[in-house]
Design a protein around this ligand. Structure first.
Ligand code: PEP
Length: 249
């Protein structure tokens, strides 16, 4: 039996409402040959303002969809934030948390991200928890120290059944949006190490960082990599789904 692959697209701050409608005008035809493949789970994570057309398009195609961030309080004086109940009204089930752009551009701390992870789990939703080292951290030999801190902070107060519900995404910061990909061995080393640290061999762990059709096969064939979190290549249906086709062929 071949393994199940999670192919998740993070649109970041791309694709407006009308561009999302355009994406879903094209997507069904490209997805058609793959849609009955039970070893594939496709997900798309859009900006808040594109969640309505995303939800409509995704439901028609039977794919997972979600948001890229959320605040942990249910409501109140938090100007500019979006809450979990707000996302639930759009039937959002999955939320990316701790993406390196949230950590490094917007200064989100491990503590804040841990609160978000807990709140999302409490709401019965799935956190897609991102972690990974910067180039400086890798070059100074602190890759595993940094990731241990990020991972432990997110899961330390959770029950084993909560820990198993999280989808983990190892995303080396130096490989995100740079065109530089971690080698399959580098990605595998971290994903295998993460399973041990998390204490559950069965958790879903994705790799993210410049994944595209041309490098997908080697990465997705690695034993401890369950799928890909894809930025740039997820913006067009063809370049996104080509990642899975490359793995299969
Ligand atoms: C990401 O945004 O999570 C990502 C991995 O981006 P890219 O594929 O463009 O490197």
């Amino acid at each position: 039996m071949s393994k199940k692959i999670y192919l998740y697209g993070n649109w970041k701050m791309n694709n407006t409402y009308s561009e999302t409608e355009k994406f879903f005008a094209e997507f069904p035809a490209v997805y058609e040959p793959l849609k009955n493949d039970s070893n594939l789970e496709v997900g798309i994570f859009a900006p808040f303002t594109s969640l309505w057309p995303l939800s409509q398009g995704a439901k028609k195609c039977g794919i997972v969809f979600g948001a890229q961030n959320v605040y942990y309080e249910p409501k109140g004086a938090f100007t500019g934030e979006i809450s979990i109940p707000m996302l639930k009204e759009y039937d959002v089930t999955h939320i990316i948390l701790g993406h390196s752009e949230r950590r490094h551009i917007f200064g989100e701390s491990d503590e804040l991200i841990a609160k978000k992870v807990k709140a999302v789990l409490d709401a019965g939703m799935t956190p897609v928890f991102c972690y990974g080292e910067t180039l400086e951290e890798r070059e100074s030999g602190s890759t595993f120290t940094v990731m241990e801190r990020q991972l432990k902070s997110a899961i330390k107060d959770l029950l084993p059944e909560e820990i198993s519900k999280i989808i983990y995404a190892y995303e080396p910061v130096w490989a995100i949006g740079t065109g530089k990909t971690a080698t399959p061995d580098q990605a595998e080393e971290v994903c295998g190490w993460s399973r041990k640290l998390i204490g559950n061999e069965k958790v879903v762990i994705l790799y993210g960082g410049s994944v595209k059709g041309s490098n997908a096969k080697e990465l997705l064939n690695m034993k401890d990599i369950d799928g890909a979190l894809v930025g740039g290549a997820s913006l067009k249906p063809a370049s996104f789904l080509e990642i899975y086709t490359a793995f299969k062929n």
